[in-house]
Design a protein around this ligand. Sequence first.
Ligand code: SF4
Length: 277
Amino acid sequence: MIAAARASAAPSLASRTGRDYLSYTQVTTYQRCPLKWQFEYLDKRSHERVGASLAFGSAVHAALETHFRALLAGCSTPSPDELLVAFQQAWQAEVARPVQYAQGETVQSLHELAGRLLATFAASPHAIPDGEILGVEEELRRQVIPGLPDVLARIDLIVRTDDALVLRDFKTARSRWSAANQAESASQLLLYREVARPLAEEFGDLPIRLEFVVLTKTKRPAVDTHSVEFDPHALGRTQRVLARVWQAMQAGHVYPNPSAMNCATCPFPQACRAWRG
Ligand code: SF4
């Protein structure tokens, strides 16, 4: 475990959410639908269902975590079959709730896809990172905006190379990422960079490199890297957005924000219909 980025004092919403920090996921959940945020973070409702795509992504993530934890521990590199077992175990936990499949999807088709995806990953240069693995699913937290709670960053993989501290986040996607996909997600890694700065200082102020690694769920899966360049203007905008979202949360601005994209896989459809404000 990395001993960096200590906790700071937490403002009031903590008592209602039970969290004395903000996460990127919590903020984007609020931005997409404040009512969903309330169900998830304030009411802590059980999920009524889970989208197969979300369960698949979480299970792939668990398999990658198994892979990198083995490397971190100095064990032999897991085989694609071992990764698939890790996937299947995580999948079973994910689908304890009713699963919502997209057209043409079945358990069988998703498990076959996972096999191809994990084999492609295992054969890619990403399977054996160039450098020393410092952390896997490492949680760092730091106050990056005065007056706001700490931001908690759960970083999939932290690697130290000769010339950089690399923060890597793994995504699964239906198709290869476009420049727009990357731009939309960049704020996540820019925030993580701020949280991880004390860690970079511990290693002689190493430059921080930010990377998304995207595993595409296409018939022939691909593993692509998307580097995010540090942009102070983009970071400033992200911080201002965070401050506004925090204000809105604090003020109790909660309302449904229905859309095909938001609602199709929302885990709370019945609670939403029953909501009376
Ligand atoms: S169903 Fe749609 S509007 Fe309702 S809480 Fe979920 S995302 Fe929000």
